[in-house]
Design a protein around this ligand. Structure first.
Ligand code: NAP
Ligand code: GFB
Length: 327
């Protein structure tokens, strides 16, 4: 019988990247589709996963043997700061419904998606898989972070009580084609790509929020998609695993802005609005467990991945998610 791999959040940044990898890597290869697999990608129009009945109906319709659960209320620093309760509640509802439906439908394997912002703000660096519950997360995203942490708690409880094989991935900040390029609500890379694109097009100032000093690790969505395929086939632990570039690949927001200026071909000056928040200063995570388990992985260099993402944005401006009404 064919394996049915259901991807929630299939219309989002990582969902689209997974679809791209599954459709372009050679069939039967390590990251490609296997002949006995049927992949299904769903967005919120197919089922609002905050609704338990709609979630169960989705499982009844597709009878997934495997689920990659990417759906979430997602946003950058400023959206997280503004809607803490909504981030907490929507994500708890979606995650609880997916875990419950996966249990009742005897799904063989479920991979949920956390984020390195779930880790404590004050903890010894680098972050590793054993440090999730050692203290409160950064205040700027405590709603989202607590909802995501509970998935790890539930994964262990489902395993201990029912033997379920539910696990989770912990990616760092992500970017790539099909990102959400909303000017206010998006993550730093898509928001700044959009701002820089408008500054070049309209001859207006390019303004970066905060001081530019915070540090982040970024992973390209196509690389991350390969790692999800690897997890599906080859990672059998309940414990989460960090999916990240190396600890030595932290970049500052200023370096990100410089790379975006280069990729967009913006020739003006840019400035920092230091009245706006910096958020967490850094959250460096180790990928040692990943590299040990996978045995080596070639990450796409940052500027190359950024150039590709900017090219995608410029070519798809009319249909990209920008939060701007386009006629
Ligand atoms: P995204 O581009 O914003 O996509 C979110 C996806 O979730 C969309 O497919 C959306 O469907 C779906 N969704 C939202 N609300 C839903 C609901 N009520 N019912 C059903 N589906 C719903 O997000 P992403 O960046 O791909 O994020 C994917 C996963 O990675 C999330 O779990 C996120 O927490 C995690 N993550 C993201 C980052 C990052 O930097 N982007 C970093 C770490 C972890 P529609 O578009 O059809 O509404
Ligand atoms: O991508 P971002 O919002 O993610 O990046 P976080 C925030 C950093 O980029 C801060 C600076 O230092 C901001 O001051 N920045 C500069 C900007 N300009 C902009 C801009 O136009 N938009 C944004 N968003 N930032 C989010 C979390 O944290 O990242 C989530 O709030 C989630 O919960 C996600 O985990 C991965 O790393 O700060």
């Amino acid at each position: 019988m064919a394996n049915v791999v259901l991807v929630t959040g299939g219309s989002g940044l990582i969902g689209k990247a997974l679809q791209h990898i599954i459709e372009t890597e050679p069939v039967g290869s390590r990251f490609g589709k296997l002949p006995n697999e049927n992949w299904i990608f769903v967005g919120s129009s197919e089922a609002d996963l905050r609704d338990p009945t709609a979630t169960l109906k989705l499982y009844e319709k597709y009878k997934p043997t495997h689920v990659i659960h990417l759906a979430a209320l997602v946003g950058g620093l400023f959206k997280n700061m503004k809607y803490k309760l909504t981030f907490l509640r929507d994500n708890m509802l979606m995650n609880d419904n997916i875990l419950h439906a996966s249990h009742t439908h005897q799904t063989t394997k479920l991979i949920s998606c956390l984020s390195t912002c779930v880790f404590p703000d004050k903890v010894e660096y680098p972050l590793d898989e054993n440090k999730i519950h050692l203290g409160p997360p950064h205040d700027s995203n405590f709603g989202y972070a607590h909802a995501k942490r509970m998935v790890d708690v539930q994964n262990h409880a489902y395993n201990e009580q029912f033997g379920c094989k539910f696990t989770s991935a912990i990616p760092t900040n992500i970017f790539g084609p099909h990102d959400n390029y909303d000017l206010e609500g998006a993550h730093v890379i898509p928001a700044l790509v959009h701002r820089c694109y408008l500054a070049k097009k309209n001859g207006t100032p390019f303004i970066v929020a905060g001081t530019g000093k915070p540090l982040r690790q970024f992973i390209f969505s196509y690389d991350l998609a390969k790692l999800f395929v690897w997890m599906l086939r080859e990672y059998d632990e309940i414990e989460p695993i960090i999916l990240s570039v190396g600890e030595d690949e932290e970049v500052s927001i200023k370096e990100v802005a410089d790379a975006i200026v280069k990729a967009v071909g913006f020739e003006g000056e840019y400035s920092f609005d230091t009245t706006r928040a910096d958020g967490q200063f850094r959250k460096p995570a180790t990928n040692k467990k990943l590299i040990d388990r996978i045995g080596g992985f070639q990450f796409t260099p940052f500027q190359e991945a950024l150039d590709l993402s900017v090219k995608w944005f410029v070519e798809n401006y009319d249909t990209a998610r920008t939060g701007v009404k386009k006629d």
